[in-house]
Design a protein. Structure first.
Length: 241
């Protein structure tokens, strides 16, 4: 059964984002959608001595753009984010393992488009640090028609999807009957039960960038995303089952 997930690219996503990537055979970045400011597209949370704080990529306030059209006009934020991550996490046990990666992202390259930055970070973390073998693609490479829900279903058909893995938030607008009619099994991702790990600052928080997990657990990071689950239990539930 070919499993597919479709999500917008996020900046330094949390571990649940990578959990979905791990679950599927094909992960499609869907960035030819309306950009929304103050969203996960250009920001995420990291741990600090004063509690979780946002790291935000300045991308302007114009919402009349697609995500793929969001330009990063001023690169000064890059060194600022690098310096903050070093300051917040330098005492984390595995920070030194990932500092060269941060250096490459923030100091060795200037990013022109937000989606390119996001996708590079996501793919490198997934493949290089978490060992995920999922294939990545761009929604613009698939034949689609219609708008919103109809467009998504046509994209899944073009991708040859037999199952679609979706986050639980989509239950508010997805019509399960449409998927049954299209012959695509709909699966709801379950984020419950992630084990805690030793963090630098208390209290513990799950809702942080995956960087927090990597810096604190190193090569064991995948265990805290999906490895902890009993193999007999699925990390998602098919609709209607």
């Amino acid at each position: 059964m070919k499993k597919v997930a479709v999500l917008q690219s996020n900046y330094l996503p949390w571990k649940g984002y990578f959990d979905i990537i791990h679950d599927v055979d094909l992960f499609i970045f869907h960035d030819d959608l309306q950009y929304t400011k103050n969203d996960w597209r250009n920001r995420n949370k990291v741990a600090t001595p004063g509690g979780p704080k946002w790291l935000t990529v300045p991308a302007g306030t114009n919402e009349h753009r697609l995500i793929v059209d969001v330009k990063l006009e001023d690169s000064r934020w890059q060194r600022d984010h690098y310096n903050k991550l070093c300051a917040y996490y330098k005492k984390a046990p595995y920070f030194h393992c990932y500092e060269p990666f941060l250096n490459k992202i923030y100091l060795q390259k200037e990013w022109t488009y937000l989606f390119e930055l996001n996708r590079y970070i996501i793919e490198r973390i997934a493949v290089d640090f978490l060992g995920i073998q999922t294939k990545f693609d761009d929604s613009r490479n698939f034949k689609t028609h219609g708008q919103k829900h109809e467009k998504l279903l046509s994209m899944l058909a073009s991708a040859g999807a037999e199952a679609y893995v979706s986050g639980p938030a989509a239950k508010s607008y997805i019509d399960e009957a449409d998927y049954r009619e299209a012959g695509v099994r709909l699966a709801w991702k379950n984020y419950d039960g992630y084990p805690e790990y030793e963090q630098l600052y208390k209290p513990f928080s799950h809702n942080l960038s995956v960087l927090d997990l990597l810096f604190n657990t190193g090569d064991d990071a995948s265990y805290y995303i999906w490895g902890w689950r009993d193999k007999a239990n699925s990390s998602y539930q098919f609709a209607g089952c």
